[in-house]
Design a protein around this ligand. Structure first.
Ligand SMILES: *Cc1c(COP(=O)(O)O)cnc(C)c1O
Length: 385
C-alpha cells in the first residue's frame, strides 16, 4: 500500500459509469444514490459534459491566472445570471478553499468597513465547512477539532440555533456562515422564517451572511441555490461539489467586490478545463430545471422514499431534506452501517449523514428506471440486515 490511511474505504472500486449506474471490474452494476457525495450532478459519461471537456482538452487545459481565461469569465457570468443578481466570482478547486476565500473576504470587509476591526465568524452546531485548519475550526462539531491538530485558526464560534446566533453577535462579529441544509450534520434544513430574520438582522448591522452551498447548491434542492428557496440574497455564496460535473472546481461568489490585486489567488483555480466542464454542467442543469424534468424526477424520488419510510416503521423514524438532498432518520443508529453495507452488496450506493441518518444525493438526472430499481435493491438490502 502506498496510500495514506486516512479513509475507511468500502471494499469496492469502479471502472466506468453510465447515467446513474456504476460498474465494478467484474461488471457488476450499482445504482448510485450518492453521486460521489453530490458531485456527479449529471451522473456519469454525460454527453454534453464529456463533449465540452474533450473539446476544451484539445485546445488548452491550463494557463496561469496572471492571464485572461475566457471560460472562467463565462462561468462567472453564468453563475451571476442563474442567481439573478450581480456577483463577483473567485474560482478554486474545492469546497474548503471556497470557504477559505469567504472567510478572507469577510475578514477584509471587517477591517476596511468598520472603524474598529471585526473578524469573528459565527457558524452553526452540526455544520461542516471543510478540512483545512480554518474551515475545520468553522465546522460546528467538536469531533472535528481533535487536540492532535491543534492549534487551530482563531476567530470562530458556533451556536446551536438561529436565536442563539443573533443573541451572540458581538462587536467583533463580522459574518455568519451557514449551510441552509446541513449535509454532514443529518440533512437538517433550517426554518425559512428564522433564516429570513437572521438575514435581516445581519443586513441591519451591515454584517455578512455567507451561505455554504457546497453541498446544497447547484440545483441539489431544486433551485440553482438553496438561498433562492429561502428567499434571501446572501452576501457571499460558496459552491463546489456539483459545480464541475465531476471535475474539481470550487467558487466563492460575493455581491461586494472586496479583494484587490494580491489579496488572494490559486494556481489551478478556474482553469480552462474545469470551467468548460462547469459551464456545460450549469447549462445542462438549467435546461433540466426549465423543462420541468428536474421537479418530476425529484417528486418521483421523494415518493419512493416516502414508500420506504412507511414500509419500515421499525427502522426509520422520519424523512428530512429538500429536493434531492434527502435523509431518512434511523430509530436505531447501529443499523446505519449495516444498511449501507447491505445496500452495497445488493448493488445500490447510499451515504450516511451524522450518526443516524441515511443520506440520498442521487444524480439530478437519474432515470425513472434507475430510481425504481435502486429502491427495489434498497428494500432487499434492508430485509437482509
Ligand atoms: C463537502 C463540503 C465542504 C468541503 O468541500 P471539499 O471539496 O471537500 O473541500 C464544505 N462545505 C460543505 C457544506 C460540504 O458539504
Amino acid at each position: 500500500m502506498y496510500l495514506m490511511n486516512n479513509y475507511a474505504r468500502f471494499d469496492v472500486g469502479f471502472e466506468r459509469g453510465e447515467g446513474a449506474t456504476l460498474f465494478d471490474k467484474n461488471g457488476k452494476d450499482y445504482i448510485d444514490f450518492a453521486a460521489g457525495i453530490g458531485v456527479n450532478a449529471l451522473g456519469y459519461a454525460n454527453k454534453s459534459v464529456t463533449k465540452a471537456i474533450c473539446k476544451q482538452a484539445k485546445k488548452l487545459l491550463h494557463t496561469s491566472n496572471i492571464y485572461h481565461i475566457k471560460p472562467q469569465e463565462k462561468l462567472a457570468k453564468e453563475i451571476s445570471k442563474q442567481l439573478g443578481y450581480h456577483t463577483y466570482a473567485f474560482f478554486c478547486n474545492s469546497g474548503a478553499e471556497a470557504n477559505e476565500c469567504a472567510i478572507k473576504l469577510a475578514r477584509k470587509y471587517g477591517t476596511t468597513h468598520f472603524s474598529k476591526k471585526k473578524f469573528e465568524i459565527i457558524s452553526l452546531g452540526n455544520s461542516f465547512h471543510g478540512r483545512t485548519l480554518a474551515t475545520l475550526r468553522a465546522t460546528g462539531q467538536d469531533k472535528f477539532h481533535p487536540e492532535i491538530f491543534a492549534p487551530y485558526t482563531q476567530g470562530f464560534k458556533f451556536c446551536s440555533s438561529i436565536d442563539e446566533v443573533i443573541a451572540s453577535i458581538s462587536d467583533e462579529t463580522v459574518a455568519v456562515m451557514i449551510e441552509l441544509v446541513q449535509g454532514e450534520g443529518g440533512i437538517k434544513a433550517f426554518d425559512k422564517d428564522e433564516i429570513k430574520r437572521l438575514s435581516k438582522e445581519l443586513k441591519k448591522r451591515e454584517l455578512l451572511l455567507i451561505t455554504d452551498e457546497v453541498q446544497c447548491g447547484v440545483y441539489r434542492t431544486g433551485e440553482f441555490v438553496t438561498s433562492k428557496i429561502y428567499d434571501i440574497k446572501p452576501d457571499i455564496i460558496t459552491f463546489a461539489k456539483g459545480l464541475g460535473g465531476g471535475v474539481p472546481i470550487g467558487a466563492c461568489v460575493s455581491r461586494k467586490d472586496i479583494f484587490t490585486s494580491g489579496d488572494h489567488g490559486s494556481t489551478f483555480g478556474g482553469n480552462f478545463l474545469a470551467c468548460a466542464s462547469g459551464l456545460a454542467t450549469l447549462k445542462e442543469l438549467k435546461k433540466l430545471k426549465k423543462s420541468g424534468e428536474l421537479k418530476k424526477i425529484a417528486k418521483n424520488f421523494d415518493s419512493e422514499l416516502d414508500g420506504l419510510l412507511s414500509s419500515y416503521p421499525k427502522i426509520f423514524s422520519s424523512k428530512q431534506g429538500i429536493g434531492m438532498m434527502l435523509g431518512l432518520v434511523l430509530k436505531d443508529e447501529s443499523n446505519l452501517v449495516k444498511i449501507i453495507q447491505s445496500s452495497l452488496k445488493n448493488g445500490v450506493l447510499v451515504l450516511r449523514s451524522g450518526k443516524d441518518t441515511l443520506r440520498f444525493l442521487p444524480p439530478l438526472n437519474i432515470s425513472k428506471q434507475e430510481i425504481k430499481e435502486g429502491f427495489a435493491r434498497l428494500k432487499k438490502a434492508i430485509n437482509e440486515i
